[in-house]
Design a protein around this ligand. Structure first.
Ligand code: PMP
Length: 299
C-alpha cells in the first residue's frame, strides 16, 4: 500500500470536487473511467516565491483541454487560481509545483463515458528548490526518438490530455536508455516537433528558429520566450524544421517548459554524428536572463 509515497504526501492539504481535504482522505475508485481510457486532462504550474506562475494561462488551457475532451469544469479559471493560492498558503509552499487534474468517474465502463461524473482536484507540493535542481542534467543532451508525432487530425496536440503522455513517457525513457536526457520527436513528414515534455528552439546561422506549432503543444513557456525575444529585438523564425537544417548550421539549441524552464542543450545526437552546441550562445544567455527577470516580476 503506497499511500505515503505519493509525490505530494508531504503536503497534506489538497482540494477535490469543491472541498479542501487531507491528501490521505482523497481517493478515486479503481474503476474510474479516466484511469482506463485516459479521459483525464491536467496542468502543471510552477510556484516561485509562493506565487503560481502564469496561473490564469494554465487554467485557461485546462478549460480548453477539458472542452476538447467533452469534459465539464464547474469552476472558472479565476476561481481555480484563487483555490490554488489558498492551497499554496495552506501547505507553506515557497518553491513548488501545482497539479490540477480533471477526470471522468466510475459510473460506467462504456467508452462513451455517458453518465459519468466529472471530477476535479488540485494538488501542490515542494519542488525545484534551487534552479538547477529540476532533475535535468547541466550537460543536456538530445537524441532523436523512434516515435513520431501523428498528424494534426489524429491527436489532441493542443491539449494536456493524459493520452498524449503515454508517448511522452516512452520518449523520455528511450532517451535515458541511450544515456541522453531527452529526445526530439519528428512528425510523419520528418519535421521536428518537440521533446517529451518541452518545446524546442535552435539558433541556426545566428538566427533563432523554432518549429511552427501544428502537431505539438504550443507551450506557455514557448510563447513567453517568443514574446521576450521580440521584446529584446531578437528575430524568431517559426517554420517547419528538419534535421538537415540543424546539420547545416546549428550553433545552439534549448528546450522550454514549465518544469525545465529554459534549458540549453550541449549536444544533439543524430544517427551518424553529434552536433556540439554552444550552451552559452549570446542569444540563449540573453533569453535566460530576460526569462528569469520576467519570472521575478510576475511572482
Ligand atoms: N510539450 C509537452 C508535451 C509538454 O508536456 C509540455 C509541458 N507542459 C510542453 C510542451 C511545454 O509546455 P509549457 O511551457 O506550457 O509547460
Amino acid at each position: 500500500m503506497s499511500r505515503n509515497t505519493s509525490v505530494a504526501s508531504g503536503n497534506s492539504a489538497i482540494w477535490m470536487d469543491g472541498a479542501f481535504m487531507d491528501i490521505h482522505g482523497a481517493h478515486v475508485d479503481v474503476l474510474t473511467h479516466g484511469l482506463h481510457y485516459a479521459t483525464s486532462v491536467f496542468e502543471g504550474i510552477r510556484v516561485y516565491d509562493s506565487m503560481p506562475f502564469m496561473c490564469i494561462e494554465h487554467f485557461v488551457r485546462l478549460h480548453h483541454s477539458a472542452s476538447v475532451m467533452g469534459m465539464h469544469i464547474q469552476y472558472s479559471a479565476e476561481q481555480l487560481v484563487d483555490i490554488t493560492k489558498q492551497l499554496i498558503a495552506m501547505n507553506n509552499i515557497v518553491s513548488g509545483y501545482v497539479r490540477p487534474v480533471v477526470w471522468l468517474g466510475s459510473e460506467t465502463m462504456l467508452i462513451s463515458g455517458e453518465g459519468c461524473t466529472h471530477h476535479i482536484a488540485v494538488a501542490v507540493w515542494n519542488a525545484f528548490e534551487g534552479r538547477s535542481s529540476n532533475g535535468e542534467a547541466d550537460d543536456f543532451s538530445i537524441g532523436i526518438s523512434k516515435w513520431t508525432k501523428g498528424p494534426h487530425s489524429s491527436s489532441l496536440h493542443s491539449t494536456k490530455s493524459a493520452s498524449i503522455y503515454a508517448i511522452s513517457r516512452l520518449v523520455k525513457n528511450e532517451a535515458l536508455s541511450y544515456n541522453l536526457d531527452d529526445c526530439l520527436m519528428l512528425d510523419s513528414d520528418g519535421y521536428i516537433t518537440e521533446c517529451s515534455t518541452s518545446n524546442f528552439f535552435a539558433i541556426i546561422d545566428g538566427v533563432l528558429h523554432t518549429p511552427a506549432p501544428g502537431c505539438f503543444l504550443n507551450g506557455i513557456t514557448r510563447q513567453t520566450i517568443i514574446m521576450l525575444a521580440k521584446k529584446l529585438g531578437i528575430d524568431v523564425i517559426e517554420k517547419s524544421m528538419t534535421l538537415q537544417d540543424l546539420q547545416n548550421g546549428v550553433e545552439g539549441a534549448f528546450v522550454t517548459g514549465t518544469a525545465v524552464e529554459i534549458k540549453p542543450a550541449s549536444q544533439i545526437v543524430l544517427d551518424d554524428k553529434k552536433l556540439i552546441l554552444d550552451k552559452n550562445h549570446h542569444i540563449i544567455t540573453a533569453l535566460m536572463q530576460e526569462f528569469y527577470y520576467f519570472v521575478q516580476k510576475r511572482s
